[in-house]
Design a protein around this ligand. Structure first.
Ligand SMILES: [Zn+2]
Length: 125
């Protein structure tokens, strides 16, 4: 995503998002989730993706977005640049799909539809 940035504010937004992961200790959260999945495999023989993993991943990404927006605004960067970058990425994704529907959000690791809807809502105000 860093290579798609077209301004210093967009670079700052990517870094602020990643900082959001660090501040919220997401690596520890993911490790705990993986340990839970490993215990399911040990006790029940279940091996496969957990719906909880996908939900956790979307929540983690949304939380990193939230923290990142606050961090970059506090540092004097324009949070709108992050929103523009995310919308541009969604537009590129739609182009790449060329009319095919993307995975439903519940199968996605990142917030998509909800984020787009909330961003579009904030655009109209
Ligand atoms: Zn992230």
């Amino acid at each position: 995503m860093l290579f798609r940035c077209q301004s210093v504010d967009q670079v700052a937004s990517v870094l602020a998002h990643e900082l959001g992961h660090v501040v919220a200790r997401h690596v520890a959260e993911i490790r705990a989730s993986k340990r839970f999945a490993a215990s399911l495999f040990y006790f029940f023989g279940y091996r496969g993706p957990l719906a909880e993993d996908l939900v956790t991943s979307r929540l983690i990404e949304a939380e990193a977005d939230h923290i990142g927006l606050i961090v970059m605004a506090d540092a004097g960067f324009d949070p709108q640049e992050y929103i523009d970058l995310r919308l541009e990425n969604l537009r590129r994704e739609e182009e790449r799909l060329d009319g095919y529907e993307s995975l439903p959000e519940f199968l996605s690791t990142h917030p998509t539809v909800g984020l787009t809807a909330s961003l579009n809502t904030s655009d109209s105000s």
